[in-house]
Design a protein around this ligand. Sequence first.
Ligand SMILES: [Zn+2]
Length: 381
Amino acid sequence: MRIELNSAPPATFPRAAVSRPTSTEAAPPQDSVCLSGANPAEVSSGPAKHSASGLAVRAGTVALAVAAGITGLSGLAQAMTPVLASPPQAPLASQVRVVEASTAGVNLFSLAQTPAVSSASPASQAVPLALLASQQAQPAKAGTTQKVPDSVKQLTPEFFKQLGDIGYNYNKIPKGQFVLTFDDGPNPKVTPKILDTLKEHKIQGAVFFVTGANAQRYPDLLKRIVAEGHVLGNHTWSHPDLTKVSQATVLSELKKTDAAVDKVLGYDYPLKLVRPPYGATNKSVLGTLHDKYGGKSVVWQVDSLDWRVQSDLRQGKKTTPLTDRIVSGVKAMDKKGNGGVILMHDIHSNTAKDLDKVLDTLEAKGYKMISILDVGKPASK
Ligand SMILES: [Zn+2]
């Protein structure tokens, strides 16, 4: 299946190879509902996906499999590794775009038959379709008196419209400005530290692309993200490659996550920013995302490759520090004359550990971390 980027990638970008999956994340495996590294798109016909290191593509996390008590999958992952050789290196400056990707996770869900949905607590079944339908049908809050934070009130249809889809070549963020995004959480060991660090740096409006399963599992973290001025995005319920499932599944993955978030927060949260797992989309997926779900696709321009740092460190390998990876990514955006969206994951302990240094360094170099809510505004701070 052909996978299309939201924006056509420069022809100079090579196909990225898929790195070997990692075993488990430092974060509790059972919390890593998504196989962060798994990237079916990459294995088959993914878009050009690149990394600041030129190796691209995320290592897989067989955490779910481990959590689900499935054995043998690590071996499978390992066995698949040789297939995924390194790609030609692209010039560093052109390697800002990377897809969160990887390999063996591809079939982990199907093999295991225990996707996040079913491996999660029984409560994951607590959102009946009828409720989903009713919540989707009613933009207004369903009889709740929960206070809606001001930051949430800014997530208006007008805001989403002017923001548009954020593809790999998005140019509405001014040079020197970046929006931080964190995927795959919330995670009880990592997300709180990241929130603490963002607070210390007085950064708001980072986008946390949560999976529905984790949102449901960690309601207090979800509430904290919103309470501290950040924005929630939809990273699907169980992290499938949306180009490889039916459009009905695409829609149900998004709606179920939306409903779970609403249930936790107690009001109708406009969970319209959608980050397709692995950044994999095609016309069909985007059509469903836009027309049936009413969302905007949000990918990234700077991939921190934080999963690789975590993976390298776990294996005792030398690695490029997260700060260096991000600095090279933002410099590449300088050359393009734009700012952009930075991809990280709030499931990797190293990301939480290094974030303060990353932000210190970026701030010292004059970069500004802005709120997604300020993107596209005439007087962006
Ligand atoms: Zn993800």
